[in-house]
Design a protein around this ligand. Structure first.
Ligand code: ASP
Ligand code: MG
Length: 598
């Protein structure tokens, strides 16, 4: 007998008719021979209404009472759904988070789950009942009611599926599934049948899809198969599951747009250990998740760090950045607005060259200038002018033929024959091992620190800041079959930009040749390189959204006296480039900090 968790969002239980429809789904699944646990959100806009009401009483409602209040929304809906199931002739029992025993920490309004008791649910299931569980809520050690943060029912559902070892966790929503990009902005957007956890984590963190990102972290940690399905039709939806080991992993799965980002740039910083630690700790204090962090190779003894934040967090981020600069004793804080972030995500890009080149080319063909670039293993992000955001999204979606099921590979680039698949398996095992030892279900997972001493760094300085330059650079490199990693292009000052990236040392010579040939035509452009570089990567889950990981990492490096030359962050990896002489002690420091020393 299979165990299925079915989660229904607020709109899927908004009124009596929809409640009956949701109940019918569960009843059908049960009658097909399954055990069924339903997880229900508050009806319609109930949560918003309650928040609004609380605000009419006071500007800053006490968080404990807020959770007490908000949890009622789900209590109402589970009771109604359980009545509906019974009206359809199946036994059912509604349970609040408290009654189930969903134990959380005490961070009201954004509590994290620690443990979940399963006996009561198991017993009810064994008695043949459909269990109707309240989403979004739990209790802390002192029996206070807590909530998990807006949209938290997805997380409840995934967590219940994890502890019950459900066969699948179905998330019923008002969309057909996960699309290659926002279908409201790009008509040709296509619903995907399947996407991997890592890709979905990157897309959710970018605002793609509609899932609570913590639920994807849960799913990945505990290997829960998530099926995103339409509530009102029979559509098959999208399966979020481990990466399939087959040849057809698309290079690019989706493109995400974050409409309003802002850049913060710290200039004239001292080029010494501790700069990033200061910055990350100030941001972590305020729980500001920063993205597109770039520390480029310093010129002179002066370093520059830039990063992006959601526009809404800009004021906070600037205050934090000022504090960081003060504590360092030097530096200037600048910022820029009116930008948007476009990111392509795809598990297949690990083994392909040319993905970056293709993305940059798609943009330059439409005359769109790129202001900043960062890449990670499965994601490339660029900043463009906010006025060009829709055009940019469309250009990239078309450039990768994402409207087609099996997108043709880009014209440039090749597939690397290596053992990435085998690599992934061991990476998976490491991760599962760390997860099995977690004290608390939502603890941060850092599963591995990789050291790669076979890297070289290439920098192309003073390239013209106009569309097409980055495309030409990476097209040239990709045509030579060179796998580039960790690309950064910093915000241009004046009319020029600097591009840096890493390449495997064995490819350095051919890469330099290609670049020199290209840049001969560009007066003023200078290619420099450093042959021996080391790259360290901390691998894990939800690294960017748990703001404390970067802080811990850079503190450890600073304490070990390691100067970081380049940085790059994503949900699943934070990478730094350091001098070879520092590689061993940096590796040691990171393994120790994250408790990975054997
Ligand atoms: N009712 C809560 C909210 O709207 C939780 C949820 O819907 O997932 O944020
Ligand atoms: Mg809701």
């Amino acid at each position: 007998m299979a165990l299925i968790v079915q989660k229904f969002g607020g709109s899927s239980v908004a009124d009596a008719r929809r409640i009956m429809a949701a109940a019918q789904r569960a009843v059908d699944a049960k009658r097909a021979g399954n055990q069924v646990v339903m997880v229900i959100s508050a009806r319609g806009d109930k949560t918003d209404e309650l928040i609004e009401l609380a605000k009419q009483i006071g500007d800053h409602p006490p968080p404990r009472e807020m959770d007490m209040l908000l949890a009622t929304g789900e209590q109402e809906s589970v009771a109604l759904v359980a009545m509906a199931v019974q009206a359809l002739g199946e036994p059912a029992i509604s349970l609040t988070g408290y009654q189930i025993g969903i134990l959380t920490d005490s961070t009201y309004t954004k509590a994290r789950i620690r443990r979940i008791k399963t006996d009561r649910i198991r017993k009810a299931l064994d008695e043949g009942k459909i269990v109707v569980a309240a989403g979004f809520q739990g209790i802390d050690d002192d029996f206070n009611i807590t909530t998990l943060g807006r949209g938290g029912s997805d997380t409840t559902a995934t967590a219940l599926a994890a502890v019950l070892q459900a066969d699948v966790c179905e998330i019923y929503t008002d969309v057909d599934g996960i699309y290659t990009t926002d279908p409201r902005l790009v008509k040709a957007a296509r619903k995907m049948n399947r996407i991997s956890y890592d890709e979905m984590l990157e897309l959710t963190s970018l605002g793609g899809g509609k899932m609570h990102s913590r639920s994807i972290e849960f799913a990945k940690k505990y290997r829960v198969k998530l099926l995103i399905r339409p509530a009102y039709t029979t559509g098959e939806g999208t399966l979020i599951a481990p990466l399939q080991e087959d040849e057809n992993v698309p290079m690019v799965s989706g493109v995400a747009l974050v409409k309003s980002e802002a850049i913060v740039a710290l200039r004239k910083l001292p080029d010494r250990p501790g700069v990033l630690a200061a910055l990350f700790s100030k941001m972590a204090e305020r729980k500001i998740p920063i993205d597109m962090v770039i520390q480029d190779v310093a010129e002179g003894a002066i370093a520059e760090v830039s990063f992006t934040v959601p526009q809404d967090d800009l004021a906070e981020a600037l205050t934090a950045a000022q504090q960081a600069v003060q504590s360092l004793g030097a530096g200037e804080v600048h910022h820029g607005t009116n930008i948007a972030k476009i990111s392509v995500v795809g598990a297949g890009m690990r083994t392909h060259t040319g993905v970056a080149a293709q993305m940059f080319k798609s943009l330059s063909d439409r005359g769109i200038n790129i202001q900043m670039i960062t890449t990670s293993e499965i994601k490339i992000s660029v900043l463009v002018d906010r006025d060009q955001k829709e055009a940019a999204l469309l250009a990239v979606h078309e450039g990768f033929n994402l409207d087609q099921e099996f997108a043709a590979p880009p014209s440039i680039g090749y597939r690397q024959e290596n053992d990435h698949a085998a690599n992934d398996v061991s990476r998976d095992e490491l991760e599962q091992d760390v997860v099995s030892r977690l004290a608390s279900m939502e603890d941060i997972v850092v599963s591995e620190v990789q050291l790669d001493t076979e890297q070289s760094r290439v920098t192309v300085r003073h390239v013209a800041d106009h569309p097409g330059v980055a495309a030409e650079v990476f097209a040239a490199v990709a045509e030579g079959g060179v796998m580039v990693d960790l690309i950064v292009q910093n915000i241009s000052q004046g009319q020029q930009a600097d591009l840096s990236f890493t390449v495997p040392r064995g490819d350095l010579e051919s890469c330099l040749l290609l670049l020199r040939e290209l840049t001969e035509r560009w007066p003023g452009t200078k290619v420099s390189f450093e042959k021996d570089m080391a790259m360290l990567s901390v691998m894990g889950i939800g690294l960017r959204s748990h703001t404390g990981v970067g802080e811990k990492m850079f503190r450890a490096l600073a304490d070990a006296g390691v100067n970081v030359q380049m940085v790059n962050t994503s949900e699943i990896r934070i990478s730094v480039v350091v001098a070879p002489k520092d590689a061993a002690k940096a590796h040691e420091a990171l393994l120790t900090t994250f408790g990975l020393k054997v």
